[in-house]
Write a protein that binds this ligand. Structure first.
Ligand SMILES: [Zn+2]
Ligand SMILES: [Zn+2]
Length: 142
């Protein structure tokens, strides 16, 4: 049986469930994530869209899609961030903090060219994002 992970927003009104294991985990340093979250870096867990579902409070989801690629979702009651849909790729990024039972094992840093908080942890640092999803795939120094 596949692992099932449950998580909620800050106030708990919204609940999500993710099944299996993330395809990828890491950090995003981009301006958009920083500006949206108010944090210097965003920790993400990347899933296939069909692995993640909203199990409570779907009517409370607020969406904001600035770029056409990333449909950012938060709770309209508490403002807590939950996830970002990437419908063109069939993928969804769930904030690592929203799924506490997933052991967070980062493997990559994205958009490191935009970093304001360099993290020297020896993990690969991509200038933007992987070539398989339309990025440059270019590595840059820590
Ligand atoms: Zn909430
Ligand atoms: Zn980002």
């Amino acid at each position: 049986m596949a692992d099932t992970h449950t998580g909620t927003c800050f106030c708990g009104a919204l609940e999500i469930e993710a099944t299996g294991t993330p395809l990828e985990m890491g950090y995003c340093h981009c301006n958009s994530c920083r500006s949206y979250s108010g944090a210097p870096v965003m920790a993400f867990t990347l899933w296939k869209a069909e692995s993640v579902r909203v199990t409570r409070g779907a009517e409370l989801i607020g969406r904001f899609n600035k770029t056409g690629i990333s449909d950012r979702q938060h709770c309209t009651k508490c403002g807590g961030h939950l996830m970002t849909d990437h419908p063109t790729f069939g993928l969804v990024d769930v904030c690592a903090s929203a799924l506490p039972s997933v052991a967070f094992k980062p493997s990559v840093h994205l958009h490191y060219a935009e970093t304001v908080l360099p993290i020297r942890d020896g993990l690969p640092k991509l200038k933007d994002f992987p070539a398989e999803v339309g990025g440059s795939g270019e590595l840059i120094p820590e």
